[in-house]
Design a binder for this molecule. Structure first.
Ligand SMILES: *Cc1c(COP(=O)(O)O)cnc(C)c1O
Length: 226
């Protein structure tokens, strides 16, 4: 059942304070972790309640749903795309979203590059890593990351800002630890790599422990999805 406005406000406060507590416990002072509200299936009026609670970053999974909702979002909201990228729909996302998180192939990056060039912008992206090695999931394997990164960095209208991952259920801690190591190693030779997007409603504190710079929370803010 959909939550009402008061329940969403309560959830926002609770998640924000759990993030602060996890930062205080696990991270060095000065580190910040951004909270992204994941909005799939949530009516835009209720998403705006989260924006009003100070959550400025929104994550959209579906292009059609995003197009139907974007004009209703509060103007201070910043929208990133976190879903599977279909290259034939990139024209609806660029230059509208500030970052495309789940890029996992050179082909997709090249298509993003073309659209970004058309608009004379540099499109920020993250590369998705399939750290759990699941066959059915998107994301590049960890061993294949350096070669993809090198090719994508050669594109002039795309800027790789970091990495994102979705671990297999029940295996978050091991996967987040592996992502932290991969991220730190990769960032040494790629100074622009500053974002590590990992952690959802069920495991965001663990993600913060292992260096997440942005956590993506849906049901923890808006309630269970149908
Ligand atoms: C749905 C979704 C989330 C949020 O999941 P919750 O468990 O509801 O917090 C995070 N990231 C991605 C990519 C998603 O699709």
């Amino acid at each position: 059942m959909a939550l009402d406005e008061a329940q969403i406000r309560e959830n926002c406060k609770r998640v924000q304070s759990r993030i602060s507590e996890a930062c205080a416990r696990w991270r060095k002072s000065g580190d910040t972790v951004d909270l992204m509200a994941v909005t799939k299936t949530v009516p835009p009026e209720l998403v705006n309640v989260a924006v009003d609670c100070g959550i400025r970053l929104l994550g959209e999974n579906r292009v059609q749903e995003y197009l139907a909702k974007k004009d209703i979002y509060a103007p201070e909201a910043e929208v990133q795309f976190i879903g599977r990228v279909q290259t034939n729909k990139l024209k609806f996302l660029i230059p509208s979203v500030t970052c495309i998180q789940a890029v996992d192939s050179l082909h997709t990056a090249e298509e993003i590059n073309k659209h970004a060039q058309k608009h004379s912008i540099t499109q920020k992206i993250l590369l998705e890593v399939n750290i759990g090695g699941e066959e059915s999931k998107g994301g590049i394997s960890a061993p294949a990351l350096p070669a993809l990164l090198e090719s994508v960095r050669a594109l002039d209208a795309v800027s790789v800002c970091g990495l994102m991952t979705i671990p297999p259920p029940g295996d978050s801690e091991r996967c987040f630890a592996a992502m932290q190591e991969l991220f730190e190693k990769t960032a040494q030779s790629c100074p622009g790599l500053t974002t590590l997007s990992m952690g959802m409603s069920g495991d965001f504190e663990t993600a913060i422990r292992y260096g997440a710079t942005v956590v993506r929370i849906g049901s923890g803010l808006f309630g269970a999805r149908n």
